[in-house]
Design a protein around this ligand. Sequence first.
Ligand code: ADP
Ligand code: MG
Length: 679
Amino acid sequence: MENDLRTDESVSCLSGVGVARKALLERLSIRTVGDLLMHVPIRFLDRRSIIPIAELHSGTDAAVRGRVVSAIRRQGRRGPSLTVVLSDDTGSITLTFFRSGFPGSKLRPGMDIVACGIIESFRGYTIVHPEIYFSEEATGAANAPGMLPIYGLTAGLTQRAMRKLVVYALDAVKSSLMDILPCGVIAAAGFSGRWDVFRAVHMPDSPEESKSARDLLALEELFLYRSVLAAVREKSAKESGIPLVSISLKEFESSLPWSLTSAQKRVCLEVCKDMARNSPMRRLVQGDVGSGKTVVAAFACVVTALAGKTAAVLAPTEVLAAQHSTSMREFCGRFDLEVHLLTGGTPGSERNRIAERLLEKPQSILIGTHAILEDWIPLNSLALLVIDEQHRFGVAQREKLFVFSNPRPHALVMSATPIPRTLAMTVYGDLDLSVINEMPPDRGHTETRVINVSEKKAVFRFMMERLREGERIFLVYPLKKASEKSDLRDAETAYETVRSGPMAEFGTGLLHGSMSPAEKVAVTLKFSRGDIAILISTTVIEVGIDVPDATVMVIANAERFGLSQLHQLRGRVGRGGKSAWCFLVPGEGASHVSLKRLHLLASTSDGFIISEKDLSIRGPGQVLGTAQHGIPKFKVADMSTDGHLLRVVSDMSPIPLHEIHQLLRSQMWRYNDVELPGV
Ligand code: ADP
Ligand code: MG
């Protein structure tokens, strides 16, 4: 038997794993010994005690031990069956098998076995298709099988085979396991070391032990990932960058139509300080929708361009890119700087013109979608890259963007998703964090209400009033199309209804994710110009639309959305300083708990309070949104339930840079196809 295997070695080093079995394991994404050890049981059968047959109860899941008295085959109407009578000192029970083959076929009168399964009442007690343990296998003091792991399997693998493999793997790594979590943390949870944790995950003494071992493995994953992010940040701080010093914040502010909030000032100064350094900035600016992040980006761009370099702003959609270019032109108007807009839809001649202009005059601002990163765009003077929200890049993708030129440009990431600090460390731990925790003054207040059936008419009348005042309305639906499988409401049906009703005269548009970028831009433009006053959409509007005259948002089946997502959505109204209203309309089947969540949303407008709540109610996955958020899929840690572990991890000091290098190399198997940046 192989000994001394490392966790990053292939499963084929284990005895019992040939080509065929290796392929089966591969289907479960198990390639290495470590993968196998991290393949934690889905649940356990508690077989710690043997129940005397006389004390069995129908419907319970039990283990009995006894001697086989008889084994009788029958040919029934539905095929062959086997009935085995098993007796202990207290009574007898039958075991029923409806298919031939193992393990029934092995049973002979006189054998001592342990049989496990659900006790059913049928002419006395019986267990249908019990799990069978022959006496030499039935381990434990009382000869009971103990806590039996049940693994996720694939056709061709059995529980029995999987259990054996895990036991081999545990044996094989016993002397080679490298510690990852600080030993104090492991000891505090009651384990003697990392091996003991793996042992307890697969062969626990009790359900409680299996749970704390599993949590410790999840913690280890999160801790390692957090340490990688910290190392990326530390390493990048050591690289040389492009120090940029030009205009002061005061001068910049004096060119604006209003004064900056103190939060905006603080963040601008942080950015300014970063950019003046001889190492590349890596900063995340977080601020609620409407908190005024754009002007911070504009300041960084102006500083860059006035210092003679190129600033680029990467927006996630054409709509947002176009909107950014409008506001940038506004903010940069006084500085005689060129602002170029380049998206996938920009015609070739215009692209060529932009490329030529950039060569001639690199001290400009380039705004666009991913098109701006194509090779033929001359970005030799790039010194600042702003990435606007919603990309949900993972750390590896971020790294790729940031290092694409040498020296590295300064990087500024803007996010409108308020993320609690604990979670931000896991998602954005490679970035320094700035928070704009203040709204510009004279913001209209957005009143949020949860609407019940009897209030629907009043809401409708209210919307008609707003429309007559020249204001605009968003109607948001969870689905694009009606679906037979779901009773959720959909945008297309609503569009048809509104178009044939009394609101039609104000003009209606439809917006959803499967429209082409050009169609989306067109309908968004119509809405922001006021050609149409009602925009019916799915959640695509989440992505940063700015329409100052929009004052009402109605969200159907609001219970289906995460709190943070609803908060983002309602941030789209009331941006023009007028009062605004957000009506949350729950579906008929909405649960008591989900209604409570909606009322919480109605009671506060602080995005950070909401995301903390979302984190504790629905878990990290929900706070980040259902869209891809760039975190690798962990093997054990679960982003929908392990919020409490994030809190623990955020209080631990990450593994230092000089240690993580080697550790990472031996732990790369954890990340499957997800690339982590080299540190
Ligand atoms: P977001 O953080 O959602 O990107 P924006 O940058 O789009 O927010 O700003 C929202 C609106 O607030 C814009 O119309 C912007 O011009 C305005 N704004 C930003 N900062 C201020 C300020 N300090 N005073 C007044 N209005 C501001
Ligand atoms: Mg914005």
